[in-house]
Design a protein around this ligand. Structure first.
Ligand code: ATP
Ligand code: MG
Ligand code: MG
Length: 341
């Protein structure tokens, strides 16, 4: 492998391109919109996912294709896959593009999710307790979600998701949120990083703390569940698995078939971070072991947080990562810091 194609030119694509470059590989980014990754990749295509000729030219210019976001249309993937392999594979994409397919898969392999029902119309929204209505597709950072309790106006909720096929989830009473960043190589070897504790605000990840402070019986359970997921999908690459910790055990919230925001701490805590791990996995190189040499708190710089960068730069034992996105908007991820504890 000499050149990796990356679908998506946001900050995750950018950090993947840097990791690829460090391993002596070239990267070609495909990004229809603004592309923070464009300035670190070796080449960039700025065409839409409906542009068959651009997709085919992109596929021909690379040795394999990976992605930084899971919502690439299936038709675009068909065009690419006719020319070059896609890693992680189509099954993981199909499962994670659709919350119903994802929860069905997780339940089939014996993992617990929030209680859920598919919602195709107003009549499917029956509230027996606190719940969250989430669109089946395309949601991220809490977008496309409405929180509900019995007595709430379900019509307004249905309107808020624009009548899109959705899933109604029971609200999980959790004591903590943790995530496991797990990798599986082409040979089936699995390596996980230590679970991190995640704190969200307004549906957006604020901080990840490692170690997560939970007992080993919980963290080991989480790692084993993540292993079951990647093995079940015959997965190749890095995956993020989000869990709720409850009195009844772990509940899987969702999976992301890619590098994950809650794995950014690995840049300061591990010899091989999640980005390099992903590049290693998809190119058939040996995986890093996931070992951690430092305790780390990762804090996202969201919107105006970017104004505090001068302070962060003066702080000892702190790594500052900026995504080069230009204008800050509320809720926009502009960068992150890794603070070694
Ligand atoms: P991401 O950017 O992580 O992909 P997303 O838009 O897919 O976000 P979720 O991870 O489904 O959103 O939800 C965002 C956050 O909302 C969760 O991390 C959790 O804090 C809260 N949340 C989501 N679903 C539930 C639930 N069923 N019960 C309780 N809290 C929930
Ligand atoms: Mg999500
Ligand atoms: Mg999430």
């Amino acid at each position: 492998v000499e050149t990796i194609g990356i679908l998506g030119g946001g900050q995750l694509g950018r950090m993947l391109a840097v990791a690829a470059s460090r391993l002596g590989l070239r990267s070609h980014i495909y990004e229809p919109g603004a592309a923070p990754a464009g300035d670190v990749a070796h080449s960039l295509t700025t065409a839409g996912y409906d542009d068959a000729r651009a997709l085919e030219a992109f596929a021909r210019s690379v040795d394999l294709v990976t992605y930084e976001f899971e919502n690439v249309p299936a038709e675009s993937l068909d065009l690419i896959e006719a020319i070059v392999p896609i890693r992680p594979g189509r099954r993981a994409l199909a499962v994670s593009q659709d919350r119903v397919a994802e929860k069905s898969f997780l339940n089939e392999i014996g993992l617990t999710t929030a209680p859920w029902v598919a919602v195709d119309g107003l009549g499917d929204i029956a509230l027996t307790g606190p719940a969250i209505l989430k669109t089946r597709r395309l949601g991220y950072d809490g977008k496309g979600q409405v929180r509900l309790k019995p007595g709430d106006d379900v019509r307004a909720a249905w309107k808020a998701v624009a009548g899109a096929p959705s899933v109604l989830e029971g609200f999980v009473d959790f004591s903590a949120e943790i995530s496991v960043i797990v990798a599986r190589g082409a040979d089936g070897q699995v390596a996980a990083f230590d679970p991190g504790a995640n704190v969200h605000r307004d549906g957006i990840l604020r901080t990840t703390t490692v170690p997560c402070g939970l007992p080993g019986r919980i963290t080991q359970d989480a790692i084993l569940a993540a292993g079951r997921i990647v093995n079940g999908l015959d997965y190749v690459g890095v995956m993020g698995v989000e869990f709720f910790v409850t009195a009844q055990g772990l509940v899987v919230n969702e999976i992301a078939p890619r590098v994950h925001n809650s794995g950014h701490w690995t840049q300061a805590g591990c010899a091989v971070d999640q980005f390099e791990q992903h590049i290693r996995a998809i190119t058939g190189l040996p995986l890093g072991d996931g070992g951690r040499h430092a305790d780390v708190v990762m804090e996202n710089l969201i919107g105006d947080d970017i104004d505090r960068v001068p302070e962060w730069l003066r702080r000892p034992r702190t790594q500052v990562h900026l995504y080069g996105k230009g204008a800050a908007r509320p809720g926009r991820k502009m960068g992150h810091v890794n603070i070694i504890q």
